[in-house]
Design a protein around this ligand. Structure first.
Ligand SMILES: Nc1ncnc2c1ncn2[C@@H]1O[C@H](COP(=O)(O)OP(=O)(O)OP(=O)(O)O)[C@@H](O)[C@H]1O
Length: 261
């Protein structure tokens, strides 16, 4: 007899309940409910087109930028409805930051890439405060030692892996509570990928982290909870180690054993 697998998280950082997402008439997400933990890294896995990115983007309202997208259901951050009419979306996206598949630094200096958001959000009044935010964010993103002597060089001149860590530093600079990562290593080589995975370990606990990945080994390495999506539905959600060793659902088993995807 299998132990029941906890679907709910104690004191979740974010909750989603009965979420549906449509692009025009097409439904991309069907009735998804999930809790996101502060302590654990959560991985979203599933075959291409199953809705992982679409669902991830509901968590900081990035789908608002897609004209045809419509989201139904309830999503909360610390119990607060993020789709409430009075929710400040700019503030929400600072609290729930995002790192994209392709590193996308601004065509500005390394320093400015990190300082930009902090300035917009009024997090530093004096230059010394900003210097501190920039240094702390770059340190947390594991990039400080590599860039401390060239903070005024362009961010776009860094290697791909460094650019991705710069984008993580940029997200960290505005003091987020949650960091969403949408296939953050898919454009990186194995060494840069390993560095980002290490970084995810280091950041665990300080931020709630949700990562979309195509790579099941990566999900197994970096996450403690895994959600398996298929055709817009959440098929299974539970502890990563159990999911990979003893999946409950046939569809999960077929996916993780490489039968499709
Ligand atoms: N902007 C959009 N307009 C219309 N349909 C979209 C849009 N973005 C995604 N879709 C559709 O929604 C479904 C889910 O796509 P989504 O990108 O969320 O899946 P995914 O699991 O992240 O895929 P992948 O692993 O390939 O990135 C797909 O059928 C896709 O074609």
């Amino acid at each position: 007899m299998l132990e029941p697998r906890p679907l709910k998280v104690d004191a979740p950082k974010m909750t989603a309940r009965s979420v549906n997402v449509y692009y025009g008439a097409k439904q991309a997400i069907r009735n998804v409910s999930i809790d996101v933990s502060m302590e654990d890294v959560t991985a979203f896995i599933g075959p291409s087109g199953c809705g992982k990115s679409t669902f991830l983007r509901t968590l900081n309202r990035m789908n608002d930028t897609v004209a045809s997208a419509r989201v139904e259901g309830d999503i909360t951050l610390d119990g607060e409805d993020i789709y409430a009419p009075d929710m400040d979306v700019v503030q929400l996206r600072a609290r729930v930051g995002m790192v994209f598949q392709k590193p996308n630094p601004f065509p500005k200096s390394i320093y400015e890439n990190v300082a930009y958001g902090a300035r917009i959000h009024g997090l530093a009044s004096a230059r010394a405060d900003m210097d501190q935010i920039v240094e702390r964010s770059l340190r947390r993103a594991g990039l400080w030692d590599e860039v401390k002597d060239r903070l005024h060089d362009s961010g776009t001149a860094l290697s791909g892996g460094q650019q991705q860590r710069l984008c993580i530093a940029r997200a960290i600079a505005v003091d987020p509570e949650v960091i969403l990562m949408d296939e953050p290593c898919s454009a990186l080589d194995p060494i840069a990928t390993a560095r980002i995975e290490e970084l995810i370990h280091e950041l665990r606990g300080r931020y709630a982290i949700v990562i979309v990945t195509h790579n099941m080994q990566q999900a197994a390495r970096v996450s403690q909870r895994t959600a398996f999506f298929h055709l817009g539905t959440l098929v299974e959600y539970g502890s990563t180690s159990e999911m990979f060793t003893n999946p409950r659902e046939t569809r999960t088993k077929d996916y993780i054993t490489g039968r499709y995807g």
